[in-house]
Structures are given as structure tokens and as C-alpha cells.
Design a protein around this ligand. Structure first.
Ligand code: MG
Length: 246
């Protein structure tokens, strides 16, 4: 069951794993899959454990950031953050899906985005305040589509998420070119070249040179997590869903 399907990009496993952009198709949930989603959403909405992990992650990211930017001139560096389930939560939407007993569709997703009701994750705003206090730029790189960008921007502004640049996606799901444009200073007219010193996300693809295949590598492949990379738990959806059940 593909919920949100990386948030309105695709629903099928094939489309997600191939980086395609097949519009979501309505599907009928099986009761077992629906139960899985219900438990995931319940955990992300209502557990102290989820809140603790998210706060812990932002706190550790802040501590590491202080160390890593020591001596760097203000305005010369940035942090790159994913949006959904990293900065903002769509669990109200997922809860509605559970209540409706159906998968995410393009239509439902677009209606949710237009409501601009995604909320900040615990600790996110404090972390972003710290980034600004230390002199960093904030780059939000999301695979929400370009068509969703105006509502996403308005949503972020409404909940007072500060950012210097917001990059949605056109066709390419890969975030690498967008990170490069930030580093080169071509991402926005008023953004000069900056060094990205930290990445935060809930999907392994939110991090350079990482992917689901990384789990077949040595543990060293994950060596940047806890220092330059910080990941948030998301049992509701993600690229992991394409992996075989083994
Ligand atoms: Mg995400």
C-alpha cells in the first residue's frame, strides 16, 4: 500500500523505485494494509516515542551543527532539509486516509496541500532558529511537485518555518541537481554559493550518495549519520516500501 507515495509523486512501487512520476491511481485498501497504516499513523501522531526521537534528532543535529560551522563566515553555508515528515507533518492527512479507508490519490493529495495545514515537527522551528543564529542559510528541497510549491510556500510561511530557498521538483526526483544548484548559487537569484554542511530527511534518498541499496554496503556507508546526516523515522511511507518483504 503506497500512502502519500512520497507525497503525491507516485503510488506504484515501480514508479517510485524507478524515479518515475506516474500519477497516483485510486486503489482499494486491503484491511491488512489499512491496519498497517493505522498503526503507523497512530505511532507518529500519538506516541511519546516518536516525539522523543524527533526532538532527539533535532537536538543532536543542532549540537553537531554548532561544531561543524565553527569558524565559518555567516552566509557561506547552508543546511538542506526535506519537507514532508522532516520539517512538516502530514499525519492529519494520513489520519483522514485511514478514516476513509483508502489510499492517497492525486486528487486527495492536492486538496490536502491546498489546505496548507501541514504542521511543524517537534523541534524543527527551534533548529531552524539555531541555523539562522549561527549564520546559516536554510534550503528546503522537497519532492512535492512544482505545482504544489505555491501552497507549500504559503503553508511554511503560515507556520513560521523560515527558509532562504524552497525547491520543489519538476520531473527529476533526484535531489542531487538541486543540492548542486544551491552550492553553486544558481538555485535562486538572491542566493549566493554556499556550502551545504548538513542534510536532514526522513527518506534515505534525502541524503547524497545514499539509497536503499546502501544497506547492502558496509556500516561505514552510513558513517555520516549523526554528524552531517540526520534522519527521522517514517513507518507510514517511503522508498523502503519498494524493497521485497524478506
Ligand atoms: Mg520526506
Amino acid at each position: 500500500m503506497k500512502h502519500l507515495a512520497y507525497l503525491a509523486c507516485c503510488v506504484s512501487v515501480v514508479a517510485c523505485s524507478s524515479g518515475g512520476s506516474v500519477p497516483p491511481q485510486p486503489t482499494q485498501s486491503s484491511s491488512a494494509a489499512g491496519s498497517d497504516l493505522r498503526r503507523s499513523v497512530h505511532w507518529m501522531r500519538n506516541s511519546a516515542e516518536f516525539e522523543a526521537i524527533v526532538l532527539q534528532t533535532y537536538s543532536l543535529a543542532g549540537q553537531e551543527l554548532r561544531k561543524s560551522v565553527e569558524g565559518k563566515a555567516p552566509g557561506t553555508w547552508a543546511v538542506a532539509l526535506d519537507a514532508d515528515e522532516t520539517l512538516i507533518s502530514n499525519m492529519d492527512y494520513e489520519k483522514e486516509l485511514v478514516r476513509l479507508g483508502q489510499d492517497s490519490t492525486d486528487e486527495l493529495w492536492m486538496a490536502w496541500v491546498a489546505r496548507r495545514e501541514a504542521s511543524p515537527l517537534p523541534g524543527a522551528l527551534q533548529f531552524l532558529d539555531l541555523v539562522q543564529e549561527l549564520g546559516g542559510r536554510i534550503a528546503v528541497v522537497t519532492n512535492r511537485r512544482d505545482r504544489d510549491c505555491p501552497d507549500t510556500r504559503a503553508n511554511l510561511e503560515t507556520i513560521r518555518v523560515p527558509f532562504d530557498v524552497l525547491l520543489c521538483r519538476a520531473d527529476d526526483r533526484e535531489k542531487e541537481p538541486r543540492w548542486e544548484s544551491i552550492q553553486k548559487g544558481t538555485a535562486a537569484p538572491d542566493l549566493s554559493p554556499v556550502e551545504i554542511v548538513m542534510w536532514l530527511g526522513d527518506n534515505i534518498n534525502d541524503f547524497p550518495d545514499m539509497g536503499q541499496e546502501s544497506r547492502f554496503s558496509s556500516p561505514e556507508a552510513f558513517g555520516d549519520f549523526g554528524s552531517r546526516f540526520f534522519i527521522f523515522p517514517n513507518p507510514s511511507y517511503g522508498s523502503w516500501e519498494a524493497n521485497p518483504f524478506d
